[in-house]
Write a protein that binds this ligand. Structure first.
Ligand SMILES: *Cc1c(COP(=O)(O)O)cnc(C)c1O
Length: 409
């Protein structure tokens, strides 16, 4: 008899975005004349930039000729891309990360989920509340938790509330975790961690022998000076942190698929007898066994993000989104909302008025302003009473949506 992995049955039904989709579809079918503006899901809208497209085409052409055709590539990614990343994202910033520490993948979603399997299934995981739902759900799938409690917390996960009271930066947990997920710039709150904040986490992880899983998917949106772009800017982090980066939001690769994980050679965890083991060698084994690499044209396209032209073009797109964020922040503030984020991230995190519930605000916004956002409670219980707007809509739609919200009663 084939038994299922019953951990899947612990997952809360109705993942956030399908539920949003259902409500929007229902609204549109009963109000076909209304123009709905979507500022919900975190997906980019601007096309790939010309340098990336050119490189992508070149890659495809190479695959069409027997002299330049390529079959399986290295599971870790082509060294031309790993070298460019190490040089541009790390060494140029004075961070000693080598190409050898970089593992190219088809997404940070998979990486942040898959990384868990190289750690013990008894590992205690700490996550921020609210945050990108993938960390909690993959923790549940991997059998590290009990069931979901009425308060929305899974037994066995250490939750670290991020609220306006703590500036959306979590306190150090009282219970000692083994693995700590951090995400900066943050999805959904749009907040960043300063150097001092990150140092606090690195010191804590060192003292307690934890590993930090640092998701920096929105690194390219950092505009303020002195905000770390990488956890490895903090001394000692190479011994205890894995960093995840993605071309998805940086360069519009959500539908093209390319990302990378940095697993430094110095990073160690322990076996039951207390011997230290290289985490990089385990991840290399995992990837070599279960992954066959990202397609050559895609890796070629990703490498063009680092060309002189590519950098300029990609920065323009990011500025476009950040321009939307600025408009949203100003307009929502003027409309009397408490507004967070939007300066170093493409997300605006808004507190609803009069403690209105997130889903109630969702329905009001959809019905009265025909604008779609994301209920904060969908990112964790502490997101209740908040709402996330993404800056990825077109400029005109952004302006129009803000106008409609201004006129809400
Ligand atoms: C969008 C996003 C990612 C990127 O996922 P990909 O699989 O690389 O597209 C990772 N982390 C967070 C927090 C995100 O919002």
């Amino acid at each position: 008899m084939a038994l299922i992995n019953e951990n899947y049955q612990k997952l809360q039904a109705g993942y956030l975005f399908p539920e949003i989709g259902r409500r929007v579809e229902q609204f549109i079918s009963s109000n076909p004349d209304k123009k709905v503006i979507k500022m919900g899901i975190g997906d980019v809208t601007r096309p790939l930039v010309p340098s990336v497209i050119n490189a992508f085409h070149e890659g495809v052409e190479e695959m069409a000729k027997s002299e330049s055709f390529r079959g399986y590539g290295p599971e870790q990614g082509y060294s031309f891309l790993r070298e460019i990343i190490a040089g541009n994202d790390y060494q140029n910033r004075g961070i000693d990360i080598s190409a050898d520490d970089i593992f190219i993948s088809d997404g940070s979603k998979c990486d942040t989920g898959n990384i868990q399997e190289i750690f013990s299934s008894d590992s205690k995981i700490a996550i921020c509340d609210p945050v990108y739902p993938v960390y909690a759900d993959t923790t549940v799938m991997s059998g590290k938790t009990g069931s979901c409690q009425p308060n929305g917390y899974y037994d066995g996960i250490i939750y670290m509330p991020c609220t306006r009271e703590n500036g959306f930066i979590p306190e150090l947990p009282e219970e000692r975790p083994d693995l700590i997920f951090l995400c900066y710039p943050n999805n959904p709150t749009g907040t960043v961690a300063t150097r001092d904040e990150l140092k606090k986490w690195v010191d804590y992880a060192e003292k307690n022998r934890c590993i930090i899983l640092y998701d920096a998917a929105y690194e390219a949106f950092i505009t303020e000076e002195n905000i770390p772009h990488s956890i490895y800017e903090i001394e000692g982090a190479k011994k205890l942190a894995i960093e995840f980066r993605s071309f998805s939001k940086t360069a519009g690769f959500t539908g093209t698929r390319c990302a990378f994980a940095v697993v430094p050679g110095e990073l160690t965890a322990y076996d039951k007898s207390g011997n230290s083991v290289s985490v990089k060698s385990l991840w290399n084994r995992r990837q070599s066994t279960k992954f066959n690499g990202v397609s050559y044209p895609v890796q070629k396209a990703a490498s063009a993000v680092y060309s002189e032209e590519g950098k300029k073009e990609v920065a323009e797109v990011i500025n476009y989104y950040l321009g939307n964020a600025k408009i949203m922040k100003e307009s929502l503030t003027a409309s009397g909302y408490e507004v967070y984020g939007g300066v170093n991230a493409p997300y605006i995190w808004v507190r609803t008025k009069d403690d209105m519930k997130s889903w109630e605000f969702f329905d009001k916004l959809l019905n009265e302003a025909n604008v779609v956002g994301t209920p904060g409670s969908g990112f964790g219980p502490s997101g209740e009473g908040y709402f996330r707007f993404s800056a990825f809509a077109g400029r005109q739609n952004t302006v129009e949506a803000m106008e409609r919200i201004k006129n809400l009663r």
